[in-house]
Design a protein around this ligand. Structure first.
Ligand SMILES: [Cu+2]
Length: 67
C-alpha cells in the first residue's frame, strides 16, 4: 500500500522527475507518484528511510509522512 510523504522544494515537472528517479534508482521496484500542488509524493514498495534518503540525495527536503 502506498505511503504519502511531504517533500518541500518541488516546483516543476523537472523536480518531480528528479525525486521519482532518485527513489526508483534506490529501490527499482518502487512505484512513485508526485503531486506537485500538494507537495507530496506517494510511494509504494519502499521504506520510509529509503524514501528519505532518495529525496535528500536529490536535494529536496523530506518532511515525513503526510497527515
Ligand atoms: Cu523543478
Amino acid at each position: 500500500m502506498a505511503e504519502t510523504f511531504r517533500v518541500d522544494g518541488m516546483t516543476c515537472g523537472g523536480c518531480a522527475r528528479s525525486v521519482t528517479n532518485a527513489i526508483v534508482k534506490l529501490v527499482p521496484q518502487a512505484r512513485v507518484e508526485v503531486d506537485l500542488p500538494s507537495g507530496t509524493v506517494a510511494v509504494d514498495g519502499a521504506s520510509d528511510d529509503e524514501v528519505q534518503r532518495a529525496v535528500e540525495s536529490a536535494g529536496f527536503d523530506f518532511r515525513g509522512k503526510a497527515a
